[in-house]
Design a protein around this ligand. Structure first.
Ligand code: PMP
Length: 441
């Protein structure tokens, strides 16, 4: 499959040769790297993308889960076209900032909002607000969860199985070089789906005088395929953090606006103190937002925390966000996504069962995946222990060679857009069946 892909992507190879001269590694972000070369994209339209070789693909990658609106949505195009002649950046608030905040407050049940330009900035600022609000430094996160590329959260992700450490005392390891050890030491990770381990760790930290300012987590983990919370887990986390006076942050960069109108907060019915958004919010423009309770956000309003950024609330982004919320991400759109996602999950599961593959299909809202694993994944440890990494890699190549574009890597999920149709789902399922048949032949 690798050789076949190389043959189909010679224009990408040529562009890679050219790109490498002045663009480090030939890409704009290290997550775009791929051996032997990245796939360079020429354009997208609705549920499809075309690479520079002219290969047409159904897009299930969707810009790392950002493009739930689909590519070049006319409503967003119209909003951008209307905004552009009126100027695209002032560094001053505009009306769209207000309209978007009103709608986010309604959807996520949090009254106060601020904007950023990415998910990383949103989690960075949310953590600073939580630290200011509590007067504490330690940050608690879930082992294996990705929350962006700032130092505090580039800890305890992508860890090899033999370095994970003991469950009650999981390793704090930097993800890549250049992250100061003193910062790493302030971040403590606990396993997902284990409220008991979280509470015991909080109590130990408290005894050491290092009680956490916040717990930052995804309510459903999205960077290990999709790992859903076990019944009662989120409720227990809410109760524990409230009892200990710890700010609970749901990082909804991937789930927000993607799995329900009000994200995981609405879907699971557990109200955090803060929410971070990005990705889908901007409909393809760089975006980010932080929502919080009156109490927590008071440290922004009394100016003790500087939540700042030249491009925060950029008018183009906010025009796209407003059009998305008002015209694209409607109740009907979420019903359509749910219909498609049920079909793709059920279709994949039926194939897993029929061919007796190691794994299972899982989905929520617009997102899902086939987890190639010999046992159910409930946290990072069970993911690493049981994943059939070779099969996961093969599935990606196999899909790509047959016009199904997925996020490279073994950790990401599919994202559907409102422009996907039953035809796209049929194509996905057909290719998956072909893979299954090939594997068991
Ligand atoms: N949080 C989560 C849950 C994410 O998945 C990501 C990006 N994949 C981020 C934060 C960081 O967002 P960004 O890449 O926009 O900085």
């Amino acid at each position: 499959e690798a050789a076949r892909l190389n043959e189909r992507t010679t224009a990408s190879r040529d562009m890679y040769e050219r790109a490498r001269v002045h663009l480090s590694g030939g890409v704009a972000s290290s997550y775009q790297l791929r051996d032997p070369w990245p796939i360079y994209i020429a354009r997208g339209d609705g549920p499809k993308v075309w690479d520079v070789d002219g290969n047409e693909m159904w897009d299930f990658h969707n810009g790392f889960g950002s493009m739930v609106q689909g590519h070049a949505h006319p409503a967003i195009g119209a909003a951008l076209a209307a905004r552009y002649p009126q100027g695209t950046h002032f560094g001053c608030p505009t009306e769209d900032d207000v309209v978007v905040a009103d709608e986010l407050a309604r959807r996520f049940g949090l009254p106060k909002w601020r904007y950023t330009n990415s998910g990383s900035e949103a989690t960075m600022d949310a953590i600073r607000i939580a630290r200011a609000f509590t007067g504490r430094d330690t940050v608690m996160k879930i082992f294996g969860s990705y929350h962006g590329h700032h130092d505090t959260v580039m800890v305890s992700i992508g860890v090899e199985y033999d370095k994970i450490g003991d469950r009650e005392n999981l390793a704090s390891l930097p993800y890549g070089a250049g992250i100061p050890q003193s910062v790493v030491d302030m971040t403590v990770a606990v396993p997902f789906n284990d409220a008991g381990a979280m509470e015991r760790r909080i109590e130990r930290l408290e005894a050491e005088g290092r009680k956490p300012a916040c717990v930052i987590m995804e309510a459903a983990m999205m960077n290990l395929g999709v790992v859903l919370p076990e019944p009662g887990y989120l409720e227990a986390v809410r109760e524990i953090t409230r009892r200990h006076g710890i700010v609970l942050i749901f990082d909804e960069v991937k789930t927000g606006l993607a799995i329900a109108p009000g994200g995981a907060t609405e879907k699971f019915g557990v109200q955090p103190d803060m929410v971070t958004l990005a990705k889908v919010l901007g409909g393809g423009l760089p975006s980010g937002a932080i929502g919080g309770t009156e109490e927590v956000m008071s440290v922004v309003e009394d100016h003790s925390v500087y939540q700042v950024g030249t491009y925060n609330g950029n008018p183009l982004t906010m025009a796209a966000a407003r059009a998305s919320l008002e015209e694209v991400l409607t109740p009907e759109a979420y019903a359509h996504l749910a219909h498609l996602n049920d079909r793709i999950v059920d279709g994949c599961q039926a194939i897993v069962d029929k061919y007796d593959l190691p794994g299972y299909a899982v989905g929520i809202g617009s997102k899902g995946c086939v987890t190639f694993s010999t046992a159910k994944v409930v946290d990072y440890e069970t993911f690493k222990e049981n994943q059939d990494a070779e099969l996961a890699d093969l599935a990606w190549l196999f899909n790509l060679n047959r016009g199904i574009f997925m996020t490279p890597g073994r950790e990401e999920e599919w994202t559907l857009s409102v422009t996907h149709t039953d035809e796209a789902i049929d194509a996905y399922i057909a290719v998956f069946e072909e893979l299954a048949a090939d594997l068991t032949r």
